[in-house]
Design a protein around this ligand. Structure first.
Ligand code: ASP
Length: 324
């Protein structure tokens, strides 16, 4: 029988309703999570490791980085076939992406969670854990980067995003779709994520910020961040990578302090493309050596920049990490 290590970090999957505070709070430990899924006994031998028990809004990039080392430590064991991480959904796509970049293992690594707490009617946590363990125990899941398994769908870490605040069908990969599905008796893959990357620095850069642009935005936030100074800045631009004229000035101010700036888009699908040359377009900022993020969302571009800055501060080299 295959062996899967389930590393728990918290999230709604490990929460129950607390009448005193009238909301969900952390209440379920790793062993309880597994005991709630008796069907696991037929899928794999499961070993539980508790990393944390926190809402995912409390998970920091540093914690994600430490989690990546822990995943690699378990994956290096000969008797372990795959890893599952349970995690809150709010930042699950960020941890999925960081794990995908920063873990060295090619064994299956899956991440999952739940939209309904353990005490709610029809909790989705047990079914998601079962699907994630089935996927982690599946040989075909190897070498596909971290896989986000949720609601019986399997998504690639670079593509997936949370799309609904409460629905159990919240995770989608806009423009791409899932790479596979989990059925009651098998795991089926129909796509292979291409251009899988690894960025494994000794440490990640702290203090990389993310700003979202909006109509009429001015430069003051950019100046404040540059004067702080931050280690890097990601800007979610408009459309295919355009910003208001004052934001262009703000970005140029940040660049003048030598701080790398990555341009992503606030649009849900598609790449940043230097299609225009008017004031504020990506092309109009070319001489400032702005790094274009490709198809990555702002939060994922930020994590990639934090990892890449752990290896180089050279903007041409940094751009290469985003050109993949
Ligand atoms: N707020 C919760 C968290 O991210 C949501 C969830 O787990 O679904 O921890």
């Amino acid at each position: 029988m295959k062996k899967v290590v389930v590393i728990t970090t918290g999230g709604t999957i490990a929460m129950k309703y607390d009448p005193a505070t009238q909301g969900l709070v952390p209440a379920v430990n790793g062993d309880d999570l597994i005991e709630a899924v008796p069907a696991l006994g037929e899928v794999a031998a499961v070993e539980v490791a508790e990393f944390a028990n926190v809402p995912s809004g409390h998970v920091t990039p540093q914690m994600m980085f430490e989690l990546a080392q822990l995943v690699d430590t378990y994956a290096a064991r000969e008797d372990v076939n795959g890893i599952v991480v349970t995690h809150g959904t709010d930042t699950q796509e960020e941890t999925a992406y960081l794990l995908s970049l920063a873990t060295k293992t090619v064994k299956p690594v899956c991440i999952t969670g739940a939209m309904r707490g353990a005490s709610e009617t029809g909790p989705d946590g047990p079914a998601n854990i079962l699907a994630a363990v089935m996927t982690a125990a599946c040989d075909e899941a190897a070498g596909k980067g971290t896989l986000l398994v949720f609601n019986d769908e399997i998504h690639a870490a670079a593509e997936v995003t949370k799309t609904h605040t409460t629905s159990c069908s919240t995770f989608h990969s806009p423009g791409w779709g899932p790479i596979g599905h989990v059925y009651f008796d098998r795991v089926v893959f129909r796509r292979q994520p291409l251009n899988l990357e690894k960025i494994c620095p000794p440490a990640l850069a702290d203090d990389v910020c993310l700003l979202k642009t909006y109509a009429g935005m001015d430069a003051w936030l950019f100046k404040a961040l540059a004067d702080k100074p931050v280690a890097g800045l990601v800007v979610e631009a408009l459309g295919c990578g355009n910003v208001p004229p004052d934001v262009k000035k703000g970005i140029e101010y940040v660049r003048a302090q030598g701080i790398p700036v990555v341009l992503a888009t606030r649009v849900h699908t598609g790449r940043v493309v230097p299609a225009y040359s008017y004031l504020g377009s990506a092309r109009s900022m070319e001489s400032s050596k702005i790094i274009l993020a490709g198809e990555l969302t702002g939060p994922k571009a930020r994590l990639k920049l934090m990892l890449a800055l752990g290896l180089t501060k050279d903007v041409d080299e940094l751009q290469q990490y985003f050109d993949n």
